[in-house]
Write a protein that binds this ligand. Sequence first.
Ligand SMILES: [Zn+2]
Ligand SMILES: [Zn+2]
Length: 112
Amino acid sequence: MEFCDECGAMLTPKKIDGKVMMVCPKCGEKKKELTKEEQIVKEKVKHTEKESMVVIENPEQIKTMPTKKMHCPKCKSVQETQYWTVQTRSGDEAPTRFYRCTKCKTTWREYD
Ligand SMILES: [Zn+2]
Ligand SMILES: [Zn+2]
């Protein structure tokens, strides 16, 4: 996050002549342009955040989920976990299995 040197307002990215500039919404002060690399990094972060996020649509489902003793990456020990599978976009891909530690509530996906 960047702030304007002139008035201290939060700068917002704006496209000017095809270049991304950090512009102050208050006084119009322009700051440095984001490089291609910086933009790519931002995109990547967004992407991975989405990938690792697990949405449980119906909380009632959790109660009826089967449990299994699994090694929890957060507790760093074997814990009782609940597990479920999620079918990804295309039906011919193998479904992904998710685990949720009943102790620390951490959710992770099964790694091959
Ligand atoms: Zn300003
Ligand atoms: Zn745990």
